[in-house]
Design a protein around this ligand. Structure first.
Ligand code: CUO
Length: 680
């Protein structure tokens, strides 16, 4: 198990052993493989064996080593599938480790880590193996290279007996100045945890991988919609307007982006984008892709919008595929739309016709600085899920994508009062408490240490620490008092959402404006006894968060026992970072609202096959591995649709009008940002 973990270390170094005779170990099938971390001793490359024969790897080698690997590029997806297939065919942990150790020096480094992570999630015997944090595997995807190089030089200069550790500090103000307003949210866009989450999300919901993931298209819509809602909350916290969709691809993109990150260890930089860059027709021939014009993107978009407004798609045989979220069997319309728009060539009803809109938008924007390879420049950060959320254009693109989904959602019938209410349940009181304060929450800064020397060879015998500053919040509890007016216990689902109380102009929002700002905070089941019930729920148990991603050191101290099945499984890293559960708020305090809703678990529940492994965290964003999504309602319920006409008839409708129902309640609260280190 240890050697499997070691394969994640130093992706840009050859697989090496410190002593020549250790390479013999690799030739003996029955012996465990020892892949030792490289110290200061000279490295020795392993001999190639026949089973590392490139013919077993399919197209996996088409992605050049040392360059970017992009899951948004179809040829790279094919390469990933071929490598994952080869890894999946290995028999047992030892075989995987031996094979992977040989492949490591042959295929693209990011692709290698992707495929190794994929196989760990999907191979039964590896189910309780946890992935190390991507921050430690690829520090250069999180921290500007100049900081890393400085410490590399320091490490070389260091006396062997020097006791103090080398610490690279990286904070929210390192990569941009205050000149451009967009940089006010840089601390959030460049947050390591959020970018790690996005990488993991695309790993657990990959496209074209021969995997059956329940409601994959729908969760693509929902998870990304929620990220936009949270981005908007963050923007309002720092006095910016809500993000505007990128829908006119013929005018310049006002905001540029310069990540200062590198793709590999040799200093190859990610592509950058100047302010006011035009999108250009794709004309590169180094990716195995056909040329693609912006016109084509526009045609795909109008076909998708036609389908949405007609209420159906057509497959290549001309059959009609109806799009509706009210289905009793088969896929919801939003699920089909997600697969078509993302797009997944295997699941789109007609990939040739509806195209590859979202993926190719990522690609065209990523290459707007060098669309024809004239400058031999690398892909921009938008091309890699581990870095794409750093760039402001990510949110403008995904706001556009979300708008297409919302256009669809508005064609659906509104929920009825029956859909929204739950007879026999009355919510009496709700509040949040944090450090004895009621309805007052606090955010500030915290730091987290990673070992950069796990991912990069600093030629240092001691660990090189990477200390990242990030937004954080003081934990809190929800208190809910509910009366069950019926004589029997009842299982219910509690749904909690957060939104800003005011829009960018400082006004309270009508329902339709606030609707897409509601961010899920938690969703859980609870059994209500007859009479009054007090529910206390910790913010740490949120349905969207992953409390921590494991460092190598954490994993070193909790070795995996191969073959044993974990009872609970946490998807090895997928989940919104706990430290970003709350938006920043303002130093003077900012008004937010919490929305609480109780629904009948009898209506929400989903029959699962026996033995479905539960994802311990972040079920709402990451689902359950090899099982159905555990909530039968459309994702985003009850905010995914227009309000019921009966409520609308009552006049100007706000979310508060929903709270007239007995099973729904709202509560105002304040979030205060202390521009200082947080004391939890
Ligand atoms: Cu996650 Cu576009 O799907 O980045």
């Amino acid at each position: 198990a240890q050697s499997l973990l070691s394969l994640f270390e130093k992706p840009y170094s050859e697989v090496t052993t410190p002593r020549a005779n250790e390479s013999i170990v690799f030739a003996l099938e029955e012996r465990p493989v020892v892949v030792t971390r490289v110290g200061t001793r000279p490295a020795i490359t392993l001999p190639k064996r026949p089973d590392a024969d490139p013919s077993r790897l399919g197209t996996a080698t088409v992605v050049p080593r040392g360059s970017a690997f992009s899951f948004f590029v179809s040829t790279h997806r094919r390469a990933a599938k071929d490598l994952c297939d080869a890894f999946m065919k290995t028999t047992g942990v030892q075989d995987l480790v031996q094979f992977a150790a040989r492949v490591k020096g042959v295929v693209n480094e990011s692709l290698f880590i992707y495929a190794l992570s994929f196989v760990i999630l999907h191979k039964k015997e590896l189910r309780n193996f946890r992935l190390p944090s991507l921050v430690e595997v690829f520090p250069q995807k999180f921290v500007p290279v100049e900081h890393l190089i400085k410490s590399q030089q320091e490490a070389v200069r260091r006396d062997e007996n020097e006791e103090t550790q080398i610490v690279i500090e990286h904070g929210p103000d390192f990569s941009s100045s205050a000149i451009k307003p967009e940089h006010r949210v840089a601390y959030w866009r460049e947050d390591y945890g959020m970018n790690v989450h996005h990488w993991h999300w695309h790993l657990v919901y990959p496209i074209e991988m021969d995997l059956i993931r329940d409601r994959k298209g729908e969760i693509f819509f929902y998870m990304h919609q929620q990220m936009i809602a949270r981005y908007d909350m963050e923007r309002l916290s720092v006095g910016l307007r809500r993000v505007e969709k990128l829908e006119n691809w013929r005018i310049p993109i006002p905001d540029g982006y310069f990540s200062k990150l590198t793709v590999n260890n040799s200093g190859r930089a990610w592509g950058t984008r100047q302010d006011n860059t035009y999108l250009k027709d794709f004309r590169r021939n180094d990716f195995g892709l056909q040329p693609l014009d912006i016109t084509e993107l526009e045609v795909w978009r109008s076909r998708l919008l036609d389908a949405i407004h007609q209420g159906y798609m057509k497959n290549p045989n001309g059959d009609t595929i109806p799009l509706s979220d009210d289905v009793t069997s088969g896929k919801r319309g939003v699920d089909i739309l997600g697969d078509t728009l993302e797009a997944d060539a295997d699941l789109s009803p007609h990939y040739q016709f509806y195209g590859d809109l979202h993926n190719m938008c990522h690609v065209l924007i990523s290459f707007s600085h060098d669309n024809d390879n004239a400058h031999k420049e690398e892909l921009g950060v938008l091309g890699d899920p581990a870095t794409s959320m750093r760039d402001p254009v990510f949110y403008r693109l995904h706001k556009f994508i979300d708008d297409v989904f919302q256009a669809y959602k508005l064609t659906q019938r509104p929920y009825t009062m029956e859909d929204l209410s739950m007879p026999g349940v009355v919510m009496n009181q709700v509040s949040v408490t944090s450090k004895r304060e009621i309805n007052k929450l606090t955010t500030g800064w915290s730091t987290r240490d990673f070992e950069a020397s796990r991912g990069i060879d600093f030629s240092s015998p001691k660990p090189v620490i990477l200390r990242l500053t990030h937004l954080d919040s003081v934990p809190f509890n929800y208190h809910i008092e509910v009366t069950n007016t019926e004589p029997n216990p009842k299982v219910v689902t509690v749904r909690i959402f957060l939104a800003p109380k005011h829009n960018g102009s400082g006004a309270e929002m009508p329902f339709m404006e606030q609707r897409i700002l509601w961010a899920e905070m938690d969703k859980f089941n609870h059994t209500l006894n007859p009479g009054k019930n007090q529910i206390v729920r910790s913010s740490k148990d949120s349905s969207i968060t992953n409390p921590t991603d494991f460092t190598f050191r954490d994993l070193d101290s909790r070795p995996m026992t191969p073959g044993t099945e974990a009872t609970e499984f946490d998807f090895c890293g997928c989940g919104w970072p706990q430290h970003l559960l709350l938006p920043r708020g303002k130093p003077e305090g900012m008004a937010y609202q919490l929305f609480y809703m109780i629904t009948d678990f009898e209506k929400d529940k989903v029959e699962q096959a026996q033995g479905a492994r539960s994802c311990a965290n972040a079920v709402s964003f990451c689902g359950v591995l090899d099982a159905k999504f555990p909530d039968s309602r459309p994702m985003g319920f009850p905010f995914d649709r227009r309000p019921p006409p009966v409520l609308l008839d009552a006049g100007v409708l706000t979310t508060a009008d929903y709270a007239r129902l007995d099973n729904i309640m709202m509560q105002d609260l304040t979030i205060t940002f202390l521009a200082d280190k947080l004391v939890k």
